[in-house]
Ligand binder design. Sequence first.
Ligand SMILES: Cc1cc2nc3c(=O)[nH]c(=O)nc-3n(C[C@H](O)[C@H](O)[C@H](O)COP(=O)(O)OP(=O)(O)OC[C@H]3O[C@@H](n4cnc5c(N)ncnc54)[C@H](O)[C@@H]3O)c2cc1C
Length: 386
Amino acid sequence: MDFSFTEEQELFRQNVRRLVEEKIKPRARQIDESDEFPRDLWQLLAGLGYLGLRHPQEYGGQEADVVTSMIFYEELARGSCGLAMAVAMQTLMGTYFVARFGSEEIKQRVLVPAIKGTKIGTICFTEQQSGSDLGGVRTRAERRDGGWVINGTKIWITFAPLCDFCTVLAQTDPDAGIRGLSFFLVEKGTPGFSVGRHIDKQGARGAPMGELVFEDVRVPEENLLGEGPGDGVRYTTDILNEVRVMTALLACSIASEAMEEAAAYALDRRAFGKPISAYQLIRAKFADHWAWHQAARLLAYQAAWMIATGRPCREECMLAKMFATEMCQQAVDEASRVLGGNSFSMDYPLQRHLRDARFLLFGGGCHEVLRNTLGSAYLKRRARRG
Ligand SMILES: Cc1cc2nc3c(=O)[nH]c(=O)nc-3n(C[C@H](O)[C@H](O)[C@H](O)COP(=O)(O)OP(=O)(O)OC[C@H]3O[C@@H](n4cnc5c(N)ncnc54)[C@H](O)[C@@H]3O)c2cc1C
């Protein structure tokens, strides 16, 4: 067995880390407080090729391996979780379907500028009455005059007011339930496509969030992203694996940033004549975190390696996402206890980590749903063994 990164991957990590320390960390507070999209940092990342890490070179991408892309997300989240979430949206769900199913013309019009950072893409699954349960999607796409007409409203859409294009999940065959869902490309400026209500979110700030409304939005046949209608959900599996591992590594970074802050505080803060780091109950928090964090990171990179080497790993990616995100909740909670009353002050970065950690619970699968699926998979395996 070999648990080490390649020399190239280590070098890549150092480069990203340097960039994050110099350019992103100093801006983290401002990005969080304003919830404004940092376009200059976006262009900086695009200029270095980071928005096209996984995309083909012929469209301006880097064709990096999955592990390298995960190193990137992990390092970026050390600087700003909001920016890391925005970048992950653009590079994973926001461009995946266009890159996989778009015609050459669509790729030139949408994917190439997305990799250059001049166009922003997002994904539209969620609706008022349907989040985890995609079977509840009511947005409708109907065939008309050789194309499709889309009607519906999506909520909780990252980049809603800024996106230049989006991939929309819509029902093309209501009688087929979840097997009647399909993805469509909709571009800014298409008549009937508009931005709805803004959502002011508590964490992962820096990419504005809101509703997108589709009223008789007409798109040509080539905007159906897939081999045919009805295969939408099947296509999400591959990219969801990457989304889950990415989320796990965001969780690892938020947790370690919080505990680093807590460690510096514990070494400095005195109570009853000693630094609080001298007390066993305070030390225990760091021992527990060390073990949990290491385990979470190993699960995440193992899952990344499984994706990279083409091994089936849907469950391993779910395990990594669930474990790392729960570890992160615990880490930010324990770190806040170390800081005592100061953890409640907006002056300390810790309050940002506390808020950021919460959003990880929902993207890539709520844990109640993941536990249900994983528990059932475990029991099925057990039953097969007899
Ligand atoms: C910061 C952020 C960014 C987001 N960006 C996007 C985006 O760009 N595009 C997009 O489409 N969506 C986006 N979302 C929405 C996100 O995908 C949903 O929040 C997620 O799918 C969960 O859906 P929900 O919030 O409606 O919760 P629900 O699915 O309604 O779940 C509510 C509760 O019920 C539980 N539950 C549901 N089903 C079961 C079950 N079978 N068994 C046990 N418990 C169950 C859940 O675990 C949860 O505890 C974003 C959300 C956040 C917070």
